[in-house]
Design a protein around this ligand. Structure first.
Ligand SMILES: NC(=O)C1=CN([C@@H]2O[C@H](COP(=O)(O)OP(=O)(O)OC[C@H]3O[C@@H](n4cnc5c(N)ncnc54)[C@H](OP(=O)(O)O)[C@@H]3O)[C@@H](O)[C@H]2O)C=CC1
Ligand SMILES: O=C(CO)[C@H](O)[C@H](O)COP(=O)(O)O
Length: 469
């Protein structure tokens, strides 16, 4: 076993993310050790780093310099509780535990409460960037016990991605579970971003009859402009790939059933809990759930009627409309994500810096996009912006793109092509800019059947009408 107290940091969980984060730390000059339940993972990791594998958590902890820093990259949920239960008796006041997994923020709140009085500094850190990002530089969103920040800052900022202005994509988010909340919102936006790209692809395929390679060129072109982003880039790459077995496009042989691990659902649940309008994020989750009932959809296709229209419009012009619709829908999804952050900030008093958070997402993470620099500027102009849509820059982009979004949504509806995220983005935009909504009638209905009362435009107070004689 290595000399006791010789390591700067320990990774617990040497899977896809943990091993690569460890290699990233090692590459930045930190002395790293690691532990996994599986002996073969411990051994192969130790041999890669030229160290000896600890045989137990006790040996792992004993090999760390004080204050000890442990980064957990185990699956979210029960495994985190199991590791914490085993670690707790081994740690001392001032030691830091970072949970870098996609943990539900309410679990982080509970664990912080459970550790109160122990002196152990707990950090819930969102990490995004996937396998490649973990190795080359992820975006990291740490929050929790602020005393831990000076201890972990050199480690986390060293391995994080860097934005174009060389700022590390890792900054202290705030107290409590704010780091995991911000990561959850990142993933909610990720769901909406992915779904709107998929709808753009589907419309080009279903209405314009474009082949994957043609669409690959379209997405590659789009990624050189305002839509420049990692997700559009990888879409162009995916659509260019050939399946070696069939010789056709690889995307065409992949089953149209999307899986999910829960972060988009949690973001939607948090939006409902906090009373935030986030329909495009929620519709992206529902798009996955409806994709999952593949056999039911196949049966319903033989029963349920739809339109029999052929697209007769001008193809190049419509492709440009889809591009603009995609940009508009993406902005709406980001607006919803940032509205969710603002509501959580009000609820939990985290004092979230929206501009800083946009800055952290500029590189390393899955939603990295050119747009995030504009979002950062929007919050620099007005840190208390009511909604991203009303920032002068974004209001201008929406002005340019809203007509295209309408035409794409209308065309999708007329031709029976499902485009739920585009549709809900448009409804969000129109609802948010509506000075008057039909909720007056809704209030009357509530008062009619439940005596719930309503307010009047012409005088203050709550009123009830005896609707039934
Ligand atoms: N993959 C990704 O792209 C991203 C993942 N994340 C999050 O990071 C976390 C880790 O994900 P990922 O690396 O993909 O998951 P993996 O399943 O690849 O790795 C998790 C590792 O933790 C090990 N493990 C489980 N329980 C324990 C325990 N009690 N003690 C020690 N090791 C344990 C697992 O071992 P075993 O296999 O034996 O169970 C496995 O080797 C998750 O919360 C995930 O949501 C965040 C961003 C991106
Ligand atoms: O956190 C991530 C990236 O930021 C993961 O890739 C995410 O867990 C993927 O989520 P899902 O499996 O639900 O699509």
């Amino acid at each position: 076993m290595e000399t006791p107290q010789s390591f700067d940091v320990a990774l617990v969980g040497l899977g896809v993310m943990g091993e690569n984060l460890a290699l990233n730390l090692h590459g930045h000059g930190f002395a790293v050790t690691g532990f996994d339940l599986e002996e073969h993972k411990r051994a192969s990791f130790a041999s890669r780093l030229g160290t000896e594998a600890p045989r137990s958590l006790q040996e792992l902890v004993a090999s760390l310099r004080a204050p000890r820093v442990l980064l957990l990259m185990v699956p979210a949920g029960a495994p985190v509780d199991a590791v914490l239960r085993d670690l707790r008796p081994l740690l001392h006041p001032g030691d830091v535990v970072i949970d870098g997994g996609n943990t539900r923020f309410t679990d982080t709140q509970r664990r912080i409460a459970e550790l109160t009085g122990s002196g152990i500094l707990y950090v819930g850190a969102g990490v995004s960037g996937g396998e490649e990002g973990a190795l080359r530089g992820p975006s990291i969103m740490p929050g929790g016990d602020a005393q831990a920040w000076p201890v972990v800052r050199p480690l986390l900022q060293a391995i994080a991605a860097r934005a174009e202005d060389d700022t590390p994509c890792c900054e202290w988010i705030g107290p409590g579970a704010s780091g995991h909340f911000v990561k959850m919102v990142h993933n909610g936006i990720e769901y909406a971003d992915m779904q709107t790209i998929c709808e753009a692809y589907f419309l080009m395929q279903q209405l314009l009859g474009l082949q994957p390679r043609e669409m690959s060129a379209v997405f590659a072109e789009w990624s050189r402009g305002e839509l420049s982003s990692y997700l559009v880039d990888i879409t162009a790459d995916i659509l260019s790939r050939t399946d070696p077995e069939s010789g056709g496009a690889l995307v065409d042989v992949i089953v149209d059933t999307a899986e999910q691990k829960g972060t988009g659902k949690w973001a939607s649940q948090a939006a409902l809990d906090l009373g935030v309008t986030a329909p495009t994020i929620a519709d992206a989750v529902f798009a996955r759930t409806v994709s999952a009932v593949r056999a039911e959809r196949a049966a319903a296709a033989g029963v349920l009627a739809g339109p029999k229209l052929q697209f007769t419009g001008e193809r190049a012009g419509f492709t440009e409309k889809i591009r603009r619709a995609l940009l508009a829908a993406k902005i709406c999804a980001y607006a919803q994500g940032f509205a969710l952050l603002a509501a959580a900030d009000r609820e939990y008093s985290w004092d979230l810096a929206h501009g800083t958070i946009a800055g952290l997402w500029r590189a390393g993470c899955i939603i990295r996009a050119r747009l995030l620099e504009d979002i950062r500027h929007a919050y620099a102009r007005d840190a208390k912006l009511a909604n991203l849509l009303v920032d002068p820059h974004f209001a201008g982009v929406m002005q340019d793109c809203q007509q295209a979004l309408r035409e794409v949504v209308a065309t999708a509806a007329l031709h029976g092509v499902p485009a739920p995220a585009f549709m809900s983005a448009l409804a969000y935009y129109d609802s948010y800019r509506a000075p008057r909504l039909p909720a007056n009638l809704l209030q009357a209905q509530r008062d009619y059947f439940g005596a719930h009362k309503y307010e009047r435009l012409d005088r203050a107070g709550k009123f009830h009408t005896h609707w039934v004689d």
